[in-house]
Design a protein around this ligand. Sequence first.
Ligand code: ADP
Ligand code: MG
Length: 415
Amino acid sequence: MTHESFDGFGLAEPILAALRAQKFTTPTPIQTGAIPFLLAGRDLLGTAQTGTGKTAAFALPILNHLAANRVRSKPFHTRTLILAPTRELAVQIEEEFKRFGAGLGLRSVLILGGVGRSPQVQRMSRGADIVVGTPGRICDLMNTRELQLGQVELFVLDEADRMLDLGFIRDIRKVVATLPARRQSMLFSATMPEEVGKLAESLLRDPERVRVAGEEPTPERIEQHVHFMEGSGKRNKLVELLGDPGMQRVIVFTRTKRGADRVSEQLEQAGIGADAMHGNKSQGARQAALERFRTGRARVLVATDLAARGIDVAGITHVVNFELPNEPESYVHRIGRTARAGASGVAISFCDGSERAYLRAIEKLTGVKLTVVSGTPPTETKPPPRGGGQQRNNSANGNQRRDFGGGRGQRRMAA
Ligand code: ADP
Ligand code: MG
């Protein structure tokens, strides 16, 4: 089935009006593929490159269902639960629901950590049609019964492979155990490692799989460069590259929070306006840094993988991997912050001797050989410890991988 416009799906008129107002004229392939199944009530596993409109692919049919089947939510209950790995992404998803649900009179509530709890509880006391949140605070409110899932009809995991990974699996398990068996569930991601795919499907009932086919995980419109150098040369290289005014809006990824602080300080010293964003900053500081970047007041955002998934900032011209990620999927998500919604972009990776194994894993996953722009591969040295203990929930251990049955081996080994 091909759809040249949104008109053929049978969406309610207020949604079509919102689509027109947002200048969404042509559905993207994941939208064309997923929306009819979701409107028909099917469970779904959707994979498509970053920046291809997965949010609307689930938001539009959900809004349509909620509007067409009016049910009053009891206090502290919700009809829809959407989970995302970061607060910023949850905020963005709720905004998309508001944008397309403007004329429908539905109530949405954001449930996030790092900000006041009582306004969220207050809002939940009136019942919600849509809750978007991060797992920690969601479970917190479940514990006190200020969020109850007995009325949930629709359940979404965005960035599903990340949600089913170590740091979140316990919370997700708890949520899923509380959901009504009769529900519609949908999982979306740009990446879905095979072992996680099995786990994902165990959450779904007779799911449709919509995979936007024939594409590499990374958009072809992204030029992928690598600079080989010693670790000590990275700082000067970054300042040198940023001398090019063509690097208009740049996100720089580091592996650790300390690294993000260090690099942003170094850029400031070099007279380049940069903010750092990572999990040790207050939520206010995180949201402010993202906002300064979004509005162009800061040219550079230095971030950990906290900003790698889902964040949609228009006009990012360059992504710099100051340090390569130890998980190749993270590379796919990081560079996907550029070249969104059909734009193009450049991804620049710095690779020192300790990162050559990471580079190999990335090239294997993406099927793309990065273009060497400067340097020669330095002698390979031992990689730093996995993740530096920074991006994951440190209390998680290997046993928690065996949720939903079926032991999973080390993910990275299979990648
Ligand atoms: P993904 O979740 O696949 O990474 P998003 O849902 O964040 O992608 O969408 C990426 C960008 O594309 C957003 O700015 C969104 O508003 C825009 N977009 C999505 N679908 C369409 C469409 N059909 N027409 C025009 N723009 C779209
Ligand atoms: Mg997304």
